[in-house]
Design a binder for this molecule. Sequence first.
Ligand SMILES: Cc1cc2nc3c(=O)[nH]c(=O)nc-3n(C[C@H](O)[C@H](O)[C@H](O)COP(=O)(O)OP(=O)(O)OC[C@H]3O[C@@H](n4cnc5c(N)ncnc54)[C@H](O)[C@@H]3O)c2cc1C
Length: 505
Amino acid sequence: MGKGRKKTADEVDVILIGAGIMSATLGTLINELHPRASIEIFERLDEVAAESSDAWNNAGTGHSALCELNYTPQRPDGSVDITKAIKIAESFEQSKEFWSYLVANGLVDRPESFIRSIPHMSFVFGKENVAFLKKRYETMKGHHLFQGMEYTEDHALLNEWIPLMMEGRDEKELLAATKIDIGTDVNFGALTRALFRHLMQQGGVKLRLAHEVRDIERAADGRWEVTVKNLTTDRKRTVSAKFVFIGAGGGSLLLLEKSGIPEAKGFGGFPVSGQWLKCTNPAVIAQHHAKVYGKAAVGSPPMSVPHLDTRVIDGKLALLFGPYAGFSTKFLKNGSWLDLPASIKLNNIRPMLAAGMDNIPLTKYLINQVRQSPEDRLAALREYVPTARMEDWELEIAGQRVQVIKKDEKHGGILEFGTEVVSSADGSIAALLGASPGASTSVSIMVGLLARCFPERAKTKQYLDKLREMIPSFSRSIAADEQLCRETRERSAAILKLEPTFESV
Ligand SMILES: Cc1cc2nc3c(=O)[nH]c(=O)nc-3n(C[C@H](O)[C@H](O)[C@H](O)COP(=O)(O)OP(=O)(O)OC[C@H]3O[C@@H](n4cnc5c(N)ncnc54)[C@H](O)[C@@H]3O)c2cc1C
């Protein structure tokens, strides 16, 4: 990048589509690794981070599998599988390392504007769920990544941990919780904006707001020609690049299909919308101080796990409960009702139908969620906050998730709840599909994407040295090396000011 043929005004090295946390992270990584690369970013909205990456559109959980029960499934023999939890916890440490590098080197400032310490808790009721949580705790407590996790069934201790959730409960109710103090609340919107502020100060980086990418085509010389519409002037322009990243969130699938790469064939998307209940009573908000994740009901999808979340948004404490799922054919919160039908092609209709047939419980669940009345939503909240009153909570629309559907030999098509990078064989174009654990693991996803798209460059000493400067644990294993884990966490905590300092909010 940055070398070779002479560029005209409409040629750049890199095009990033979408101005969410993913493009912000990739753009910053590329700029650090190749400061001379020219980068043009196109965003259809007139501000950055206004879709899923905005603080109110996601839950802001620094996903490190400390409390999310869907990352630790129970095996048929009853044991708990923590493989995925370890991977996610490790990825989140890499994110914190990269953010620490940004702060330590003055690329972004005021870490407290985007990350805060907050205990992460799991909370369950009923005999079976209590037995599961205990087993999960027993399995995790021996691993250094989850050191410091506490478990209790004792109502008196639960009263200290989560008074708001304990008020008004039957003393005999069988409850259990785990708590770990190293959890975080992350304002991914604030982080994205800080990253773009930094990028905008770099020569060679241009951000075009209110510019919608309409088409992506391969030119005869192998470059990608991206057609963009300026939504203010209605003018169209074509810009070409050697490398394109489709970081359009829910909009990525439609653009990936336009690229025509064979690797995109067979992918489909299943949109799931979300809603929160947002607490409006400061006295109630002040009574809770944790991110508390429950267990999804049998048959419901992982993203439906209810949680009661302390948030810090723009320096103010907030309290959210949800998400309540819903169905909409839009792929973006600010999208079109035609998104889903437009995404259906001959090459993905079979996987989509097969995934639909295999996921009837999900469809039923969504139908039930859509039909919920305010009273139903209050009843769900009261399982977590028994004394909740309707007048203290209002409904907020969350971001839109597009779950990945992909071809599968056995089933014809499967629905996935994770993220998926799809790239062309020559690495010149890549897209990110899917939602979870998403923003928290954006750094490892983007580092992996770079290695996949630029395999030769990613082996050079210069590249590896720079990556190790940005992510000191890179190519080593925090999961296998306890000492490395401790050192990494201590360094990140010191730079990102991660200690329980909620009094200062
Ligand atoms: C309800 C909910 C809760 C979540 N909770 C968490 C959580 O607790 N922790 C966590 O880590 N993650 C969470 N996530 C996931 C996280 O929000 C996403 O992984 C992350 O924000 C995705 O970032 P992105 O940059 O890919 O997409 P986005 O932030 O959606 O950005 C994509 C951008 O592309 C733009 N765009 C789309 N089409 C075009 C086009 N044609 N031309 C130009 N621009 C275009 C959009 O306008 C948008 O600004 C949650 C998501 C949801 C929806």
